[in-house]
Design a protein around this ligand. Structure first.
Ligand SMILES: NC(=O)c1ccc[n+]([C@@H]2O[C@H](COP(=O)([O-])OP(=O)(O)OC[C@H]3O[C@@H](n4cnc5c(N)ncnc54)[C@H](OP(=O)(O)O)[C@@H]3O)[C@@H](O)[C@H]2O)c1
Length: 294
């Protein structure tokens, strides 16, 4: 995904898995421009005055909001805090961006949908969140305003930590069985593939909702099988035990959508190259973790 021109960027939630990746790419010099990443300790986005000061003080071209309260069960138990972090704060960022002419890129989620579909959700599909996290993120999308880019993605996989891929490898290599949910489906998306898309959307100031995921729909169990295959293990190994969400040892307070794959229709209509299949990203991650690629 080419990003041309030089810009100054402000990234909130810079210690999170997506925020870290964006700051890393922007600081690497591969894209012309400067970046300031604010962790929660450096900028609490629920502090309206601090948001105003950070944005108007640095006058960035683009603000990418990666700050969010992503603890889905925590949000269910404390919807007021979810509203503050995932919704009210987005309004503060929008106001500050408007004041200095900065473009806002706000990151959102598949959890704005109810999960009753059987085909990937396009951007124009009606929303209907089934939990407080999704509800707060949906209010955040509106608070971002019509000129912002709202990027929805699903099942983010980290760029600098072993994550789910590492956990599956540990299980297979240590011979420790791992129970993996098989009754929810979406598009596992690696932040290393998502970051360049977000940066191009920001640089080009694309307005509106944009779905951005790696290609391929699977369950967590299917994902684990792909990890096994990439690492040269038997994907049908007894060590990987498919379970239903109802089989979890401790029931979770928040309901999740059963099916939340996203159709990247807007990116396709703009003629952008599709993001690669998550299987290829799995293979790269496995190679990096096991040294198979070196
Ligand atoms: N993870 C997924 O599977 C997924 C899927 C779809 C969409 N998304 C969306 O993608 C975005 C990035 O998610 P992620 O996976 O990178 O999440 P993450 O790793 O949980 O990162 C979120 C970051 O936001 C910070 N934060 C929380 N409250 C804050 C506040 N009041 N002020 C400033 N920062 C605050 C967190 O800091 P602390 O850790 O210190 O609280 C954390 O560093 C979010 O908008 C999320 O809704 C995520």
């Amino acid at each position: 995904m080419p990003v041309t021109g030089s810009s100054t960027w402000l990234v909130t939630g810079a210690a999170g898995q997506l925020g870290r990746q964006l700051v890393r790419v922007l600081a690497s010099g591969k894209i012309a421009g400067d970046v300031t990443g604010f962790t929660r300790a450096e900028l609490d986005v629920t502090d309206c005055a601090a948001v105003h000061e950070a944005v108007t003080g640095s006058r960035p071209d683009v603000v990418v909001n990666c700050a969010a309260w992503t603890d889905v069960d925590g949000c269910e138990l404390n919807p007021q805090r979810a509203q503050q972090v995932n919704a009210d704060a987005v309004g503060f960022l929008r106001e500050a961006c408007d004041e200095v002419g900065a473009h806002l890129v706000h990151v959102s989620t598949d959890y704005v949908f109810n999960g009753e579909a059987s085909d990937p959700y396009p951007e124009h599909h009606s929303t209907d969140p089934v939990n407080a996290y999704g509800a707060s993120k949906l209010v955040g999308e509106v608070a971002a305003g019509p000129s912002a880019t709202v990027v929805r993605s699903t099942w983010l996989q980290p760029g600098d930590l072993p994550g789910m891929v590492g956990r599956v490898l540990d299980s297979l290599e240590s011979g420790t069985p791992m129970r993996v949910m098989d009754d929810r489906r979406a598009c596992p998306t690696f932040v290393a593939d998502l970051a360049p898309v977000i940066l191009r959307l920001g640089a080009e100031r694309v307005a509106g909702v944009v779905h951005a995921t790696n290609a391929g729909v699977t369950s967590w169990y299917g994902f684990a099988q792909e990890v096994a295959l990439a690492a040269g293990h038997d994907p049908d190994s007894d060590l990987l035990v498919p379970i239903a969400e109802a089989d979890l040892d401790v029931p979770r307070p928040a309901r999740r959508p059963d099916y939340s794959a996203l159709d990247n229709a807007v990116l396709r209509d703009m003629g952008w190259e599709p993001m690669r299949h998550h299987r290829d990203a799995v293979a790269d991650t496995v190679a990096g973790l096991t040294g198979m690629g070196s």
